[in-house]
Ligand binder design. Structure first.
Ligand SMILES: [Zn+2]
Length: 240
């Protein structure tokens, strides 16, 4: 059993701490800012042993060097991107381990070209970075609609109950666009109402899960690549 702790950073990032009590190991996923991570580790008495990056963007890697220097943690990140302090290059089919827990690397290009996700089969969880958000997906800064469409499809092949840990709290804005893109979809409308209530109470809306995204994510509900591309472009300038 792993403990997963969200550490909020910047305006809407979640940095994820992953702790394995059995081995005493702790990993952090996408530490854009080292300070809140060091504070959380200190408060919990956890020792950081690993840093995992999903992609190169500074709000995901900005804390790598400071955390590595402070803790000696090993940095693992996508092979095809420039990752500060990287010790281990991760490619499709590689894995990371935390104690006895194993996470498989899935390449999910689109937001960036080398973006990876980490899927822990037995723990039914995946760290998806900026590829998939609750009811949304990352902007196509480097990749093509085809690549992102396929990347999202690969994540949707994971078991329905897989928790998806995304890196930003974008759900409310995504849900508003989802209702626009999927008019008449009662499941999408109901989730918007739920998300509005959660945010009013100051609650987090992530992690999400595969089953929920398959039912309510407009980028996954887009039937084909052309419709996916149209929706992605529309969302880029959508004002909710
Ligand atoms: Zn990013």
């Amino acid at each position: 059993m792993l403990d997963i702790v969200p550490v909020p950073a910047f305006s809407d990032n979640y940095l994820w701490l992953v702790h394995d009590k059995a081995s005493g190991e702790t990993a952090v996923v996408d530490p854009g800012d080292p300070a809140p991570i060091l504070a959380e580790l200190d408060q919990r008495g956890w020792r950081l042993t690993q840093i995992w990056n999903t992609h190169w963007h500074p709000d995901h890697t900005g804390g790598n060097l400071a955390l590595k220097q402070a803790t000696g943690a090993t940095v693992s990140g996508p092979a095809n991107e420039t990752i500060p302090g990287r010790d281990v290059e991760l490619r499709e089919g590689d894995s990371v381990t935390l104690g006895s827990h194993l996470g498989r690397v899935i390449e999910v290009p689109g937001h960036t070209l080398g973006h990876i996700a980490l899927f822990f089969d037995e723990d039914r969880m995946a760290f998806v970075g900026d590829t998939l958000f609750a009811m949304g997906c990352g902007r196509l800064f480097e990749g093509t609609p085809d690549q992102m469409h396929l990347s999202l499809a690969r994540l949707m092949e994971l078991p329905d109950d897989t928790k998806l840990y995304c890196a930003h709290e974008y759900t409310l804005s995504n849900a508003r666009y989802a209702v626009h893109a999927e008019p008449g979809n009662g499941t999408v409308a109901a989730r918007l109402a739920e998300v509005e209530a959660m945010r009013e109470r100051g609650e987090m809306t992530v992690p999400t899960n595969v089953g929920l995204e398959r039912a309510t994510n407009p980028f996954i509900l887009a039937g084909n690549v052309a419709e996916f591309a149209r929706r992605r472009a529309e969302k880029d300038s959508f004002r909710s």
